[in-house]
Design a protein around this ligand. Structure first.
Ligand code: PLP
Length: 416
């Protein structure tokens, strides 16, 4: 076997025997990715939905540079530091209701693991045994670690072949219709002694296919959780920080979950950081004279000072620059640019919410061909399954955004 460039790298979600070699990126700025061969691509997906301020924002760069000179990292067990303290205080102030207690980790999947552990131990600490399962929704995606995988869609989801190794959770359809609401209510009643929590992606199931549901559906989930006395975990790892048009998608439905997970855009897409935020009620169940009631979790790089500095700088930008107005303007432009595809041959649906636009195709396209077609047209768009989607930086220029929707229309309009 001849050795190829990249042979030592094992790439994500990739059948490496079949896939074309990856493109080499050498620089990023704003909404642009520069490749080693000199080509420049307009990024339509903001690096897996993270780079909300565009790439390489000088304010974040400066904050991380200053922190790098002072203290790049220090363990968080028994020590604390100003960037983490400040970030936790700011997140608690920004988040709705009594979401006041912030546990930092280093990836979205781990933030979900922590949320699941918090929910299970919440009951144990209150002396209730047996509540070890969560109710999750069909179409959902919560990450790639074992607990997070167990809450992903068990049939359509990318992790279905691990089913036998994962904790068995309870699954329902999102309650969009009265019958689904009744089914959810019934499942919550049937499993009431074994459920620790309900987990949901507010307003948009991202990796499940950019499936959007109205605020009323989320409000129904929250109401049923209250009725059944169950904590609600909101996974805002994709939706948090302006992606759906408000700072947090939960706010659009006027609900306050008991536990909320953040990552991705938390650092403006620059560093690995995540947060699992709990209400005072959840936290109180861990506040005890009994050492066994402590939350036993602590990743080595939790609350990394560089990442916290980046996140603080990112929050500054939400205060000083009109990100939410930009998200709302993007919604209008995405609608204008993608709606003409509704009814086109091979198009089943067009969905837009905030800075998320999705075009659902009728059949499974040749993904590799589709991806390279986009690159040929100078844009970085990575469809998954039968969905072509755009989740640009909130700072993208009108002309770059129009170019993205023009290319999507062109490529899809040509019947792929
Ligand atoms: N939860 C949601 C809703 C996500 O969209 C993702 C990632 O796409 C995750 C969890 C997992 O995050 P990470 O890839 O950082 O582990």
């Amino acid at each position: 076997m001849t050795e190829r460039r990249g042979d030592h790298l094992w790439r994500p979600y990739t059948q490496m025997k079949l896939a074309a070699p990856p493109l080499e990126a050498v620089a990023t700025l704003g909404s642009r990715i520069t490749l080693a061969d000199g080509r420049e691509l307009i990024d339509g997906i903001a690096s897996w939905w993270t780079a909300v301020h565009g790439y390489n924002h000088p304010h974040i760069r400066e904050a991380v540079g200053n922190q790098l000179g002072q203290m790049p990292h220090v363990m968080f067990g028994g020590l604390t530091h100003a960037p983490a303290e400040r970030l936790a205080t700011r997140l608690a102030a920004l988040l709705p209701g009594e979401l006041n207690h912030v546990f930092f980790t280093d990836s979205g999947s781990v933030a979900v693991e922590v949320a699941l552990k918090m929910a299970v131990q919440f009951w144990l600490n209150r002396g209730v045994q047996g509540r070890t399962r969560v109710l999750a929704f069909r179409g959902g995606y919560h990450g790639d670690t074992m607990g997070a995988m167990s809450a992903c869609d068990p049939v359509e989801g990318m992790h279905h072949r691990f089913g036998a190794y994962l904790p068995a959770q309870v699954f329902c359809e999102l309650p969009r219709m009265p019958e689904q609401e009744a089914a959810l209510d019934k499942a919550l009643t049937t499993h009431r002694r074994e459920l620790a929590a309900v987990i949901v992606e507010p307003l948009v199931q991202g990796a499940g296919g950019m499936l959007m549901h109205p605020p009323e559906t989320l409000a129904t989930v929250a109401r049923l959780c209250r009725r059944h006395g169950l904590p609600l975990i909101a996974d805002e790892i994709f939706t948090g920080f302006g992606r759906t048009g408000m700072m947090f998608a939960c706010e659009q439905a006027g609900i306050v979950p008991d536990i909320l997970c953040l990552s991705k855009a938390l650092t403006g897409g620059t560093m690995a950081l995540a947060a699992t935020v709990a209400t005072t009620e959840i936290f109180t169940a861990f506040w005890s004279d009994d050492p066994a009631h402590a939350l036993m979790h602590g990743p080595t790089f939790m609350a990394n000072p560089l990442a916290c500095a980046a996140a603080n700088a990112s929050l500054d930008l939400f205060e000083t620059e009109p990100r939410l107005a930009q998200a709302n303007a993007i919604e209008k432009r995405l609608t204008k640019g993608l709606e003409p595809l509704r009814g086109a041959a091979g198009v089943v649906d067009v969905r837009v919410l905030g800075a998320i636009g999705a075009v659902q195709l009728g059949g499974m396209p040749n993904l590799a061909a589709l991806k390279s077609r986009f690159v040929e047209h100078g844009v970085w768009v990575r469809p998954f399954g039968d969905v072509v989607y755009l989740t640009p930086a909130l700072t993208i220029s009108d002309s770059d955004l129009d170019r993205l929707t023009d290319v999507v229309r062109l490529v899809i309009g040509k019947g792929m």
